[in-house]
Design a protein around this ligand. Sequence first.
Ligand SMILES: NC(=O)c1ccc[n+]([C@@H]2O[C@H](COP(=O)([O-])OP(=O)(O)OC[C@H]3O[C@@H](n4cnc5c(N)ncnc54)[C@H](O)[C@@H]3O)[C@@H](O)[C@H]2O)c1
Length: 292
Amino acid sequence: MKIKRVCILGAGTLGTRVALQAGLSGYQVAIFDIQPKALENSQKLMQKIVRQLANNSGLDDVAGMNAIAAITFTDNPNVAIWDADIINESVTEDPEIKYAVWDQFGKIAPEKTIFTTNTSFLLPSMFAEISGRPERFCAFHFHDVFYSKVVDIMPHPGTDPSLIPVLMEFGKSLEQVPVVVKKENPGYLFNSMLMAFIGAAGKLLTGEVASIEDIDKSWMVNFHMHMGPFGILDSIGLDTAWHVTNKLPDQASQRFAALLKAYIDKGKLGEKSGEGFYKYPNPAFRSEDFLL
Ligand SMILES: NC(=O)c1ccc[n+]([C@@H]2O[C@H](COP(=O)([O-])OP(=O)(O)OC[C@H]3O[C@@H](n4cnc5c(N)ncnc54)[C@H](O)[C@@H]3O)[C@@H](O)[C@H]2O)c1
């Protein structure tokens, strides 16, 4: 089947990026959120990303802005789903919210629509039945979209295998490297490895072994990376990270989840709220003398 029209559910950190990339790749795109403010912010974030891509990656600024102008931003589910060939769901990483969304959109989506979720750690089999079309349901999970261009394709046991090549092609058309996760695995491939390293960083911090900055510096210097675990957490969003960490039963994860919650309660959600472990738009780890 030919995918032409893409419906993105959730206009937050990831939904915004997936919708923008789909627009830049020439798809017709609608992005849906229940919060009008989120839609407003989404449009502003897209403009910011386009300016960054124009400066750093040679994207044509005007073409980028035109792609944004062609996207439908809506809080009307029927407008969002109209004629959609595929949904990529990026609502809050909370199973109850995702159940409700898949229940809602499963009932109003056209028969042809493929259902995909961008969940980071939940499993597609959790939502396949409630969507009403388990055979057309699959996880399609992005990382950063523009700088980390890998998309996980992870079917659940009831996914029709013919969906996989369609999603592989779709992923490539969005300038991602598609990888297939052959069986359901929380965290797919990269996030499984990432969680181990972020969990270790959290344990060092809650155990008062070192400061946020020194833990990040140690990682950045050794791996020649431009950010460390706490910078990465800020870019993921501390609320999203909390949803994952809070579900892990071991004591170290629970202590780290409590620390994340303390930040969240103060409105410090990471880069998207202007402050998390670092302050934005100019976090200390990006300053020239951070690693001196
Ligand atoms: N942040 C990341 O780095 C990242 C990476 C890959 C995947 N993901 C996944 O993407 C999903 C979204 O994460 P995020 O970081 O963008 O979260 P976010 O908090 O930035 O955005 C979530 C959005 O969902 C909206 N929402 C909540 N309930 C809704 C509903 N019923 N209908 C429509 N919209 C609703 C919220 O208003 C919000 O705008 C999660 O499943 C997360 O695991 C996140």
